[in-house]
Every structure is written in structure tokens, then in C-alpha cells.
Design a protein around this ligand. Sequence first.
Ligand code: NAI
Length: 461
Amino acid sequence: MASFDVIIIGAGPGGYVCAIRCAQLGLKVAVVEGRETLGGTCLNVGCIPSKALLHATHSLHEAEHNFAKMGLKGKSPSVDWDQMKAYKQDVVDGNTKGIEFLFKKNKVTWLKGWGTIPAAGQVKVGDEVHEAKNIVIATGSEAASLPGVEVDEKTVVTSTGALVLGKIPKSMVVIGAGVIGLEMGSVYARLGSEVTVVEYLDAITPGMDAEVAKSFQKILTKQGLKFILGAAVQGVSTKNGKAKVTYKLRKDDSETVLDADCVLVATGRKPFVDGLGLEALGVEMEKRGQVKTDHFATNIKGLYAIGDAIVGPMLAHKAEDEGMALAEVLAGKAGHVNYDVIPGVVYTTPEVASVGKTEEQLKEAGRAYKVGKFSFMGNARAKAIFQAEGFVKILADKETDRILGAHIIGPMAGDLIHEVCVAMEFGASAQDLALTCHAHPTYSEAVREAALACGDGAIHA
Ligand code: NAI
């Protein structure tokens, strides 16, 4: 038995960041992780491998569609799927080993195995019980199941199986037009699969600014993805490695069956807290299965939870911020997360990024606002790389000009959004952004132009 100031269960972005910060603040810390490698879903089977596949397939798209335009002639590359998966795995391995290195550097103990909490202040891993003044649940989430759909991770897959398909399917049905569905759907569409996305709602990416979502759908349709909206999937059957997907249109209840070589179920995720022993401990839970917390503290003294296991957007960076904030709280400091400034990014091409309020939310709240919009058509850099289709939209308070939200669809949107995040953290006005000199020629000039459009007008519009 060993004794620690903090034991964190789960080495995903929430858990490992919390551990490193705890160690930096002088606490004796251990992380329980049952996977062979650190980094959780994000590094092993989520954010990182999917970005590798998105990069590889975007490169293929460039070679097939844009190289000749730039005078780069010759045969397009052929796809060696096994090599592409090996490259993806190399990227994953490099990153997970990186976390192992950071644990050693910061003297974080890795307790290998699956942890349970037999009693307050105790964590059991294998046959050993360890003691801790504080325990943090950072166990993340898993794919939610869909009634009538049995996942075999071969023909009917979640995002995990979608990363390692035996071969590139001729046809793929994606259930759910959320972030996972569109990112992985893009990967396979670029690899030549016929991708059909079936979505329950009447728009893709629920919660996204409606104007951006509409434009996003148009662009993805041009890239070859097919969308069936307002359609509830009833079930999936499989036979000899082929699938049949039955859906009902919500408007008239009509039923249709789609054939597919592969079905990706991307209808959301749920907290993964099974087997921790929370019920026996009497830990209060939310109705939707998350651990109930107040500033990360559960109802049990010394037991905390962060990341996908608690309420809030299921995003790696939200978990990381909570991990850092909780470490500070445990070290006697004032840890804080500003939930009003958490960006969201979809890593398709173009990327889509947002922070703060959408127009729909502002309307619903009855808030007087103004819109500054700038199309990437007016941005020289975007035009040079054939990505001038999107736009930047900044929403600011009508009276005070304070930035309330930003929505970007276009090149490097996932990086550009952070300029607005920093501005929002400082309570900046759109004019503050507009008066900041931006290097030319950069994509970020489009952000400045949108800020200018909140005032006397953009220059290149
Ligand atoms: P999601 O919640 O983003 O989207 C699920 C979609 O499925 C919704 O549009 C929903 O209306 C639809 N749906 C549900 N039941 C359906 C049915 N029976 N028939 C048809 N459509 C149905 O979930 P997703 O994409 O699985 O992602 C899970 C979580 O992982 C999300 O919280 C997401 O933010 C996170 N994630 C974030 C990424 C990023 O930040 N780039 C990348 C991947 C995942």
C-alpha cells in the first residue's frame, strides 16, 4: 500500500493534466490507468488518431484536386491503407510516450490497472489498496449505444473501430451529423467511400450557429457527403459483413432501408464510470449519468470529478482546464474555469470553430447584438489555397461593442478562434480586435475584418 496526496483515476487529458499540475504544485500524486498507454480516448482512439487520418486524407484531396491547378502535374498518389494506419499509429505512439515521459519528469506515479474506490480515501488497483487524501474521477466517456443497433467494431463501428477498418468501405452510412460523424465521414469520403449521413434533427451539428451549420453542410455536400436530415435511425442489421440501416423520416413516418459496407454510429457519448463502485459509496449522480459536482467536489469528502464524467461539453480541452483548476484547488489555490469561453472545433476542411454565444442563443436571451461578418473571399491567403468559401462572424453587444461570440468556417479556423478567446477573456470590444495590427497576408486578417465589420465596415468586403 502506498499513500498519496492525490490519486487520479484515468489518464486522459483531464487526468494527466491534473496530475502534472498537482506535481508541479508540490503534491504527491498517482494516476490509475488500465490501458497499456497513457492519454485516454483523446490520444489513443480519439482526437489525435483522427487528426492524423484527416491530415493524410486532406493531403490526398489536395493531390487529386488542387495540385494540377498549381502546376504540379503527374499521377495522383494511390492509397496504401495499411501504411496510412501505421502512420496514424506512429503519431499516437509518439504522443502517448510523451505523456509517459512527462509523468517521469514530474514524478507522477502510474498505477497500472483499473481502479475502484472501495471506501472514501482509498483506491484499489488489482489486489492493492492505496490511500489518498484526495481522489479524482477522470474516467472520461464511451460511445453511447443506440437502440436496435449492435456495434461489432467491424461492420458497425463507433469512432474507435472507424480508425482501424480492415479495408476502405465502398459505402458508409454515418448515423449522427455531429462532430465525430462529420470528421470521420470526411476521412472516408476523401478515401473514395460513398458516405451518407443520417441525422435525426433538421440541421447538422446541433448547437452550432445556424448560418455556419448551413454553409458547412453545403460545403460538405460539394465534397461528396450525402445528408438525410430529419431521419431517425430505427435499427441496423448485418449479414456477411454488409449492413442494412433502417430510418424513418420524421415528417411523414416513411421508412427507408439503406445498404452499406460499414456503419459508423456517432450519436453521442456517455460518461464512463462503470465499475468504480460509486453506487456503493453513495456518490450522487445527475439524471444523464454524470457524476454530480459542485466546483469539481462530489458529495463525498475528498472525492472529486472532472472532464467527460461530469456535466458540460465533452471536449478534451474542457477536461484539461478542469484538471488544472482542480489541481490548484487541491493545492490551496483558487482554481477557476471560465465556461463562457470554451472553444469548439470541427477538424474538417474547412475547419469550423466557435466560441461564446450563437446568434440563436442571443435572440433567445433577448440580447441586443450586432454582427460583423467577413468572407474569406476577401482574404488573399485563403484564395491562394483554394479555401475561400467560408467566413468569420463576430457577434458583439449592440451598445457596448463587447464581443459575445465568434464563429469561423474557413482555413485554420481552429487556430484563428483563439485570438477571439483571448479577447473575450479580457472582456474586449470588437473595436479592440479591429484596432490590433494583423500581419499581412494571414488568415487572421479575416478575423480583424469581421471585427471591423462590427464598426464602420470591413476594408476588403
Ligand atoms: P454529437 O452529440 O456531437 O452528435 C450526435 C448526433 O447524432 C446529433 O446530431 C444527434 O441529433 C444525432 N442522433 C442521435 N440519435 C440519432 C438517431 N437515432 N438517428 C439519427 N441521428 C441521431 O456526438 P458525436 O459526434 O458522437 O460526438 C460525441 C462527443 O465527442 C461530442 O460531445 C463531441 O463534442 C466530442 N467530440 C469532439 C470532437 C472535437 O472537438 N473535434 C471530435 C470528436 C468528438
